[in-house]
Ligand binder design. Structure first.
Ligand code: URA
Length: 239
């Protein structure tokens, strides 16, 4: 149970002070009855009308981890009518992707209606770890690997320290598979980092977002996070 003015303010209808004013003026009904007493306790189950308008109930939070396929945009709607990541999770709740993966990038993408967690996870200050596997053109030299780790200039600004290691070299195909762990989320960051040192990215997958991996999820499949994972994400972001 919460104070009526708090519930009204939390719904986004108005400020708490304005809510108090409306209650005192007799503009608020709880389950069909006008309530003018300020401290009245109500629950999210109660039906509340303010100025004749029903308050929307607080939504349950949902958290989906999608293994994003290639050829899908990470926006809520696409002007060219292409498939979006939201086509892969249940309808009914307005949810949003946490950050972006490019059209041709695959892998771990969190989708939720928890705005607070989203803001924490995408804020650069919170250094959330993102692990990518990039297949690049060329055989990556040791000194270039070091550059990725210490920072390269992209869009006129040096990237923060990262972790990088070579997973596989294919001399015949002239390609290298590299694991790159970054703590920022700048636009097309991984592709630009490799471009900056002269190796075009041919394929990109996000293997891990924080501690969440796509293990067990086929391309295009999603799963719901459990409460432990949600709490852990809050902790990781606030570390
Ligand atoms: N970096 C990129 O270049 N692309 C992505 O999709 C994600 C990170």
């Amino acid at each position: 149970m919460e104070r009526l003015q708090k519930i009204i303010a939390q719904s986004g209808y108005c400020s708490r002070r304005k809510a108090e004013e409306l209650i005192t003026l007799g503009k608020v009904k709880v389950n069909g009855k006008i309530v003018t007493e300020l401290g009245t306790k109500v629950s999210y189950e109660d039906t509340i009308f303010v100025n004749g308008k029903m308050l929307s109930k607080k939504e349950d939070k949902v958290y989906y981890l999608l293994n994003k396929p290639r050829g899908v945009v990470t926006t809520s709607s696409d002007e060219h009518d292409r498939k979006t990541v939201l086509d892969f999770v249940p309808e009914g709740t307005r949810v949003y992707p946490v950050g972006r993966l490019d059209y041709d990038t695959t892998g771990a993408l969190l989708i939720t209606n928890d705005g607070e967690l989203t803001n924490l996870l995408i804020h650069p200050r919170n250094h959330v770890e993102k692990t990518y596997i990039a297949k690049i053109e060329g055989i990556l030299l040791k000194q270039d690997l070091e550059k990725l780790i210490h920072g390269v200039i992209i869009d006129d600004k040096k990237t923060a320290p990262a972790k990088a290691r070579i997973k596989k070299i294919d001399k015949k195909a002239n390609t290298t598979l590299v694991e790159l762990v970054i703590y920022e989320g700048r636009n097309h960051q991984v592709k630009k980092m490799f471009e900056a040192i002269g190796y075009p990215v041919m394929k990109l997958k996000r293997e891990k977002f924080s501690f969440l991996t796509t293990v067990g999820l086929k391309s295009g499949e999603y799963r719901e996070l459990n409460i432990k994972e949600v709490k852990k994400l809050y902790n990781e972001a606030k570390k």
